[in-house]
Design a protein around this ligand. Structure first.
Ligand code: ADP
Length: 573
């Protein structure tokens, strides 16, 4: 009867699980152990899918990407001390990419702080540089409030990483179930999730000015990034681009918001588009290194920037001609509405469009000529062309493409075609290597209707290769294609004069075991492995694994001297 239910005692683990469910959390990533194993089990019993990893670093990358793909906070659960430290990799990645994530970590008993308790660490201090919000439940009664605050904070305003600390003693405290329920209710009542997230602060006057700038531009350009993808602004972008005829340029993860094959896509004429545009509307993308800081020589010194960003701080930092603060989707709705009052369109014969499409055609035909060759032993282009065609053949829903590595990612970005929003996950703002397997797992659970295809270098793969077991354990539809050139950047690239010193017999710092049998790794767990070195072998492995939609690793032998050191960023190494 209700009398007994309300008297039933529950502990911190159960209350934590209940709080997640009450917030609407459906997935968690992590590694269990002291003191969070019971919490994970209770969460599963309460209906949450817990994806158990080998290492918190990969689990953290998964949580960050899950946040990006779903717009809901990605949850990483870690044990105290070292587990939390490993998890900081994921938290920092969420922070730098502005993706919503909460790292929930167990921590040592509060009564033993400072005495060298098991896995003791001041985790709040450790997480501080990577968190937009830090919370600690010091008593069981604080659990619901701490959870709702951390989860809200991850998604409100500019999304980011948040940290929540759950001490061992708090997880073991108990309260009555009825008190727990009322605490959850009060936490939910003050939750801001429905209010601030999509707040539009942009004034109508600014929207008018933005439209005027675009209307009067001679060479306008629309640039969009993963912030626009996160905002799910694809329909508004399509309408804006197609009603005005303004060419567009996606950043790497903005690719797919409008299909790469769109006639107004300027990607193949990127240098011309950014070098010559006079007004650039930049939506959900920072003018950081990826966009050459918006400065000469890549951009014209007179270009007028209109920035759309949910973060006021970002706009203040860049000092554009005009900043529109707000959610990209909402702001673009206003922009489209304003344009509809007095429409304008560049028209097919506009000299700016002609210049861009001519340049794009020239560049594409030059690249296609290279791609058309079957080079064996494989360079990067030949297998990439075969993979591109196999991915396109899958059709819709398009696979999620995960990409990392220096040359593999650079070449893949240019060759692989993105046709649907949020189908590209790569090394991102930090150029983080080692994200591949975590991202694959996140994509497979967040987008179960899609195949997931990773195209990564052997070095990127190696960071978290053990997670192929996780793929097999959950039977995720993930095909990992490893471009195996035997090392970071490839073979030993040192000049003979550099190979000196007492350890000169050691392999080069860039080298791995040549011919490593990465495909055998997944077979150890019952997955499918392929070793390929020719176009026919690759085509057959792709066709079989894409149809099977089961965990597979395709180990592609690449000429160790085919790639460049540091890919396209040699000047920085
Ligand atoms: P990219 O790497 O694709 O160039 P960035 O990560 O540099 O993109 O920039 C993404 C930007 O998008 C960030 O400045 C972030 O504040 C912003 N952003 C995040 N969510 C939204 C949103 N809903 N609407 C508009 N901007 C957003």
């Amino acid at each position: 009867n209700s009398q007994t239910t309300s008297q039933t005692l529950i502990d911190g683990n159960t209350l934590a699980a209940k709080s997640l469910v009450a917030y609407g959390i459906t997935h968690m990533f992590g590694v269990v152990g002291i003191p969070v194993t019971s919490f994970a089990n209770r969460a599963v019993a309460a209906g949450i899918r817990f994806i158990a990893f080998h290492n918190e670093q990969s689990a953290g990358y998964a949580a960050s990407a899950y946040g990006y793909l779903t717009g809901r906070p990605g949850i990483l659960l870690t044990v105290s001390g070292p587990g939390c430290v490993h998890g900081l990799a994921g938290l920092s990645n969420a922070m730098i990419n502005t993706w919503p994530m909460v790292l929930i970590s167990g921590s040592c008993d509060q009564n033993d702080i400072g005495r060298g308790d098991f896995q003791e660490l001041n985790q709040i201090e450790a997480a501080k540089p990577f968190s937009k919000h830090l919370g600690k439940a010091k008593d069981i009664k604080e659990i619901p409030k701490c959870f709702f605050e951390a989860l809200d904070s991850a998604v409100l305003g500019r999304p980011g990483g948040c940290y929540l600390d759950l001490p061992t003693d708090v997880l073991h405290q108990t309260i009555s179930e009825s008190e727990a329920d009322s605490l959850i209710k009060s936490a939910a009542d003050v939750s801001e999730i429905e209010k601030g997230a999509k707040k539009i602060t942009t004034a109508s006057l600014e929207v008018e000015r933005a439209v005027d700038l675009l209307r009067n531009a001679e060479r306008p350009l629309i640039v969009f990034g993963k912030g626009a993808a996160y905002a799910r602004a694809e329909n508004e972008l399509k309408r804006l681009v197609e009603s005005t005829g303004i060419p567009f340029l996606p950043t790497p993860m903005g690719k797919g918001l409008l299909p790469d094959t769109h006639e107004l896509a300027a990607s193949a004429a990127r240098s011309l588009a950014i070098g010559k545009c006079d007004v650039a509307l930049v939506v959900g993308a920072r003018l950081n290194w990826l966009l050459h800081f918006g400065e000469p020589p890549k951009w014209s010194k007179d270009v007028k920037f209109i920035l759309v960003d949910v973060s006021e701080e970002e706009i203040e930092l860049r000092k554009p001609n005009l900043g529109l603060v707000g959610d990209a989707k909402k702001v673009l709705e206003l922009v489209n509405k304003e344009i509809k009052e007095d429409p304008f369109c560049l028209g097919k014969n506009h000299p700016w469009l002609e210049a861009i499409s001519k340049k794009a055609r020239d560049n594409v035909s030059r690249m296609e000529a290279q791609l058309a060759k079957d080079v064996v032993p494989f360079n990067f282009l030949t297998p990439m062309r075969i993979i591109r065609n196999a991915i396109l053949e899958v059709g819709s829903p398009a696979p999620v493409l995960v990409s990392e590595g220096a040359n593999t990612m650079d070449v893949g970005r240019a060759v692989l075609v993105q046709t649907e929003p949020r189908t590209r996950l790569d090394a991102g703002t930090w150029g983080t290597m080692g994200v591949g397997l975590g991202y694959c797992i996140a994509a497979a659970v967040a987008e179960p209707h899609r195949l997931v295809v990773a195209v990564e270098g052997d070095s990127g793969f190696g960071f978290s290769a053990m997670e192929v077991e996780t793929l097999v354990r959950y039977q995720l539809p993930v095909v990992v294609i490893v471009f195996n050139n035997g090392g970071v950047y490839g073979g030993d690239r040192r000049n003979p004069e550099e190979i000196i010193g007492p350890f000169k017999e050691d392999p080069a710092p860039t080298s791995f075991v040549p011919g490593a049998a990465y495909h055998v790794l997944i077979e150890a767990f019952g997955g499918k492995g392929y070793l390929v070195g020719t176009p026919d072998e690759l085509k057959s492995a792709l066709s079989e694994s894409f149809t099977a939609r089961k965990p597979a690793v395709i180990n592609v032998t690449i000429d160790p001297y085919a790639g460049a050191e540091s890919g396209r960023m040699q000047h920085k190494n």
